[in-house]
Ligand binder design. Structure first.
Ligand code: C2E
Ligand code: CA
Ligand code: CA
Ligand code: CA
Length: 277
């Protein structure tokens, strides 16, 4: 028994060690990533239940010479820890809004753009000004802009965050609650949040065809409907899921069934093909 404990202790430490080495590599490489132009954006289509392109979610990508492709799940938290998320987040806003305006013009179709906003970025003084400046400089209609925030943001810094969220809303920008159902998900705060949309996490979409999880999914949908939130289902991978989710009242689908995240040129092609059919 003692040996087992020792072993798991050893493994635990090796894993911790590896993780921290990996993170220090990431942190080191991240410092020059913006200057070296190593980031790019991809856009994943969101399809409404009446089969129109409702919008896209902007997802950052990082390709580094030494580390290769590093997924956002690995580097965003590092960038949050060392504060680099502020510059990266600003870059994401500017790149995405410029791209989307071009795509609107190129395709003749207007659609929403959803931006993932880190807690740290959202809480930074001047965040809203940065966003509004970018919107007016680029000259896009701000009612098409949605910010995706996570439940933990809303809950952790409740008193500070609510007025900020209200300001965002007063400016005509929509707010979406990301990864809905995975966090603390306190019903008592939902009616205090000025959000217009919830994104049901992939884990619930995965479970939608299993009878055992039906009541949980029903509950999530009825909460969303009660508050008149738009309901986005993320990670929708099959036609069978789409069918059942539609019956539950899903408004917007996002996932590999419709499309993986696309580069700008691929998205333009996708939109043209979508409306040509
Ligand atoms: P998220 O906001 O929950 O984004 C959804 C993730 O699910 C994306 O992973 C997307 O590529 C993936 N996905 C979409 N449809 C499917 C599907 O049908 N099946 C499967 N298996 N996966 C699907 P990605 O792009 O790797 O992003 C991971 C996370 O990194 C995001 O989770 C978000 O929290 C964060 N992130 C991405 N881009 C940004 C950004 O620009 N800023 C910030 N702050 N965070 C970002
Ligand atoms: Ca998101
Ligand atoms: Ca999500
Ligand atoms: Ca997620």
């Amino acid at each position: 028994e003692a040996k087992k404990v020792r072993n798991s202790y050893k493994y635990f430490n090796q894993e911790m060690y590896q993780k921290s080495m990996e993170n220090s590599d990431i942190e080191h490489q991240l410092r020059h990533a913006l200057d070296n132009d190593e980031f790019y954006m991809m856009y994943q289509p969101q399809i409404s239940s009446d089969m129109q392109i409702y919008g896209v979610e902007a997802l950052i990508r990082w390709e580094n010479k030494k580390l290769g492709f590093v997924p956002p799940d690995k580097f965003i938290s590092v960038a949050e820890d060392n504060g680099m998320i502020l510059k990266i987040g600003e870059w994401v806003i500017n790149r995405s809004l410029r791209d989307i305006k071009e795509i609107w013009e190129e395709t003749g179709h207007k659609f929403h753009i959803s931006l993932n906003i880190s807690v740290i970025q959202f809480m930074e003084a001047g965040f809203l000004e940065v966003l509004l400046d970018a919107i007016s400089e680029i000259g896009i209609d701000k009612t098409y802009v949605t910010l995706e925030i996570t439940e933990s943001l809303a809950i952790e810094e409740f008193n500070y965050v609510i007025p900020l969220l209200n300001k965002v809303r007063e400016n005509g920008i929509e707010i979406s609650l990301d990864d809905f159902g995975t966090g603390y998900s306190s019903l008592s705060i939902l009616n205090k949040l000025p959000i217009s949309e919830i994104k049901i996490d992939k884990q619930f979409v995965d479970g939608v065809l299993k009878n055992t999880e039906n009541s949980l999914i029903k509950t999530i949908f009825s909460i969303g409907k009660n508050f008149s939130f738009k309901i986005v289902c993320e990670g929708t991978e099959t036609a069978a899921q789409v069918e059942v989710l539609k019956e539950h009242g899903c408004d917007i689908f996002q996932g590999y069934h419709f499309s993986k995240p696309l580069k700008k040129d691929q998205l333009i092609r996708y939109i043209k093909d979508f409306y040509d059919r």
